[in-house]
Ligand binder design. Structure first.
Ligand SMILES: [Zn+2]
Length: 111
């Protein structure tokens, strides 16, 4: 399940989490109309977030991959809550570590 937020850097407010892009657009439009007369605030931010509320775009590639795996594992148990279950974070770490070990083994076998 995907999660999105709208952030207005002028008002320093962030919208509640929404799950559809249409709802995200409606959040931004409602904020702009209500507080900025329809104008678009400078540096407003919209985008997908992980279950910890972090913007995927602001994460490094490895951390973003870990977050996506942990999000997917956590969504297996409950799609409505935020936060990662400890076993989902551990599972994501094990998956990434296993993939790195597999690549190292394949590279060392090829040399
Ligand atoms: Zn604003």
């Amino acid at each position: 399940m995907r999660r999105y937020r709208y952030r207005c850097t002028v008002c320093r407010t962030t919208s509640p989490v929404v799950h559809q892009l249409d709802d995200l657009a409606a959040e931004g439009e409602a904020h702009r109309l209500a507080l900025h007369g329809g104008h678009i605030p400078d540096d407003e931010a919209v985008g997908q977030i992980d279950r910890l509320g972090r913007w995927y775009a602001s994460l490094g590639p490895l951390i973003a991959l870990h977050a996506r795996i942990a999000d997917g594992l956590s969504d297996l148990r409950d799609t409505k809550t935020m936060g990662h279950y400890w076993w989902a974070s551990a599972g994501a770490t094990l998956i990434l570590g296993g993939a790195a070990a597999l690549v190292l083994t394949a590279v060392s076998a090829a040399l």
